[in-house]
Ligand binder design. Structure first.
Ligand SMILES: [Zn+2]
Length: 434
């Protein structure tokens, strides 16, 4: 059968975690699925409806950004260089109370989707309020996304009475479950210090009832450890475990202060961890011990976190920082190899995201989530190994992006997002913020 898209004559990186480059490769895509990925001379002569000349390009699986708060693009650069509780309590929460509404969420999420697609992210996991507007923005952009409705025991955008937070989350899941194959609804409980035990348990019960993931910020700061320790006599991760919340569908974000006992719990329950190193660096929260987590067989993915605490959604930057900061943290240049970071941002991340059959590799039968990187550039020359993608590439090197077999970025041009209209809308909203 004739492929819809054929990428020809490209340097192929089919499985970034295994780090093997294949020169003169080609990839065929039909009905959203990869039908061939391998040497061009084994492909034959079948033509496609659309051919992409991959010469001078590296073709690899799209990146997976597993933690973000897309609408927070509006707050990019609004309150930098502050301590976490001051940043949240005196700047971010008040800005959210005044400026978050469905229209803001839609346009600022569209801006986030543009930034992610332009920098090679094809799958993301998001958690916020008015999440239905995030989901709608991502669906319109053609981005693959886990969209998680926020749950917190304070008045929140769209949920003025926290007594209704579980009900609001249930109606979000009802609205999106089974609606669009690229959008997977989920829940996002803000943290163990902003959600009561009852809220956490109800959220998990709802997640189990609907078979959706539950994301939660946990063990992010030393302060969080001390307040949970003082009130409950255990670590935040022990606390979640005692509440019966940890399992393979509970995704623990940050875990900066997870100790070895916590890592045993996470590994035993199969709960994945998402590291957000740039957010942790900027807020000086500390640094998760990734080598120890991997030694405990905790599965780990990578995320940028929201724009206000990073301030970028570029996963190439995140990979670079993650690899280097772990080396510094351990004072050991071999602590984490680049290919482990590449795997976290592709294959491991895809598996944690939980889309059925999505393994983050370029193999027949896989969903066609593919990016092409321009190698005709000084900073990417020479290219001996894919490690260079971690240590020298940037999101701006991405030229073409395909998600689920659909071209969303071609030769640097966004095909699903009106970028000028989006920039105008967000700039206009920003005038009211300052
Ligand atoms: Zn976050």
């Amino acid at each position: 059968m004739e492929p819809d898209i054929l990428i020809t004559d490209t340097l192929l990186l089919p499985d970034p975690g295994r780090n093997t480059l294949l020169p003169t490769g080609c990839v065929a895509i039909r009905k959203g699925t990869i039908t061939y990925a391998g040497p061009m001379n084994n492909y034959g002569s079948q033509r496609a409806k659309h051919t992409i000349n991959g010469r001078g390009m590296l073709t690899m699986p799209g990146l997976v950004n597993l933690h973000g708060h897309a609408p927070m693009t509006l707050f990019r650069g609004l309150a930098d260089d502050l301590e976490l509780t001051d940043w949240l309590g005196n700047h971010i929460f008040p800005a959210e109370a005044n400026h978050v509404n469905p229209e803001m969420v839609y346009w600022c999420s569209t801006l986030a989707a543009a930034e992610m697609i332009l920098s090679g992210t094809t799958t993301t996991a998001d958690g916020y309020f008015f999440e239905t507007e995030v989901a709608r923005a991502f669906a319109d952009a053609g981005l693959r996304a886990v969209a998680a409705q926020g749950i917190i025991d304070f008045p929140a955008p769209g949920v003025p009475d926290p007594k209704n937070n579980i009900e609001a989350a249930a109606s979000f899941i009802n609205e999106w479950q089974g609606k669009n194959p690229l959008i997977k609804p989920a829940l996002f409980a803000h943290s163990p210090y902003t959600c009561s035990n009852a809220t956490l348990q109800k959220a998990k019960q709802l997640a189990r009832e609907y078979n959706v993931q539950l994301y939660i910020h946990v063990a992010e700061t030393e302060h969080e450890i001390s307040i949970i320790q003082e009130s409950l006599g255990r670590t935040p991760i022990q606390h979640l475990h005692a509440l019966g919340i940890l399992d393979t569908e509970t995704i623990c974000v940050h875990c900066v202060w997870a100790d070895h006992d916590d890592m045993d719990i996470l590994a035993g329950q199969g709960s994945p961890v998402i590291l957000c190193p740039q957010s942790n660096l900027k807020l000086a929260s500390g640094m998760a011990d990734l080598p120890a987590m991997l030694a405990h067989e905790v599965s780990a993915g990578l995320g940028t976190d929201g724009c206000a605490s990073n301030n970028s959604l570029d996963m190439f930057r995140e990979m670079d920082v993650c690899a280097k900061v772990q080396k510094l943290h351990k004072l050991d240049p071999v602590a984490i190899p680049a290919k482990t970071i590449l795997a976290m941002a592709t294959t491991d991340g895809a598996s944690i995201s939980g889309f059925p059959g999505h393994a983050g590799v370029l193999l027949p039968g896989q969903p066609a989530d593919i990016i092409l990187i321009d190698l005709q550039q000084s900073h990417l020359t020479p290219l001996y190994t894919p490690d260079l993608l971690v240590y020298a590439a940037s999101g701006a090197d991405v030229r073409t992006v395909i998600i689920d077999g659909r071209l969303v970025l071609e030769q640097g041009g966004l095909l699903t997002i009106n970028i000028n209209k989006t920039l105008d809308r967000v700039r206009t909203m920003a005038l009211a913020v300052q």
